[in-house]
Design a protein around this ligand. Structure first.
Ligand code: PEP
Length: 255
């Protein structure tokens, strides 16, 4: 099944109000209508509304995403942000289970499963991040870790929700380190991920789910990675903070 490439820019805890607006403006101008690629930027929470405003003023196809969410609708969850709040800000896509949430903040598979169900249940796009740590790769358990994270997060997800599911395979050792999986290793992992999706939802459904690669992707390595048959775009951290680099990756994704 032909899959539309998707490229996301995870700004993490970077930018401020002025520089976030300027980055959104630069990305909008450079990306334009996306050239057949779905593009999402994930600014920090406090700047969502302002960045959303910049995107809509530019009339761009670039979508607004959030880096995280809390799965309950409302109530006594100090410091947390609900899906309705994100929708109010114009968000249409949410990252769930980013490795920094899993391994720095300490989110568990169970919490990530709750968030995944909540995002997909709300009708927003869920970018579910999975990936192994260096010691897991060295122990030969890359595919087992990805399978565990996928099966846990996707339990109870209905077939009708799969159009809003994107999986981001991000080997933890490659995130922000300058190290990248070889295109062959990344392809092997992506093919195994698609195999797990197939065993959960059937091969037909699995063939329509986009799987992004993330981990030090930049203009110099993006083409080779995205040329792999099961790599459907990228989730970009560092390089998403430069409008020129990010839009170049978007352009390469469309080739
Ligand atoms: C990420 O944060 O999802 C990521 C892939 O970061 P970087 O591109 O900086 O490795």
């Amino acid at each position: 099944m032909a899959r539309t490439p998707i490229v996301g820019g995870n700004w993490k805890m970077n930018t401020d109000l002025a520089s976030g607006g300027a980055l959104a403006s630069g990305v909008s101008d450079a990306v334009g209508d996306g050239g057949g690629v779905d593009v999402v930027v994930f600014p920090p929470f406090p700047y969502l509304a302002a960045v959303g405003q910049v995107l809509s003023e530019h009339g761009t196809s670039v979508k607004l995403g959030a880096q995280d969410v809390w799965h309950e609708a409302n109530g006594a969850f100090t410091g947390e942000i609900s899906l309705e709040m994100l929708k109010d800000c114009g968000v249409s896509s949410v990252l769930v289970g980013h490795s920094e949430r899993r391994h720095v903040i300490g989110e568990t598979d169970d919490l990530i499963a709750s968030k995944t169900r909540a995002v997909l249940g709300s009708g927003l796009q869920c970018v579910l991040c999975i990936g192994e740590k260096l010691e897991e790769r060295e122990a030969g358990s890359t595919d087992a870790v990805n399978e565990r994270q996928l099966r846990s997060a996707l339990e109870g997800v209905a077939e009708g929700q799969l159009a809003n599911l994107v999986v981001a395979y991000e080997p933890v050792w490659a995130i922000g380190t300058g190290k990248t999986a070889t295109p062959e290793d990344a392809q092997d992992a992506h093919a195994a991920v698609r195999g797990v999706l197939g065993s959960l939802f059937g091969a037909d459904q699995a063939s329509g789910i986009r799987i992004q690669y993330g981990g030090s992707m930049k203009p110099g390595n993006a083409s080779e990675l995205m040329a792999q048959p099961d790599i459907d775009g990228g989730l970009i951290g560092g390089a998403s903070l430069k409008a020129g680099d990010f839009s170049e990756i978007v352009r390469l994704a469309g080739n």
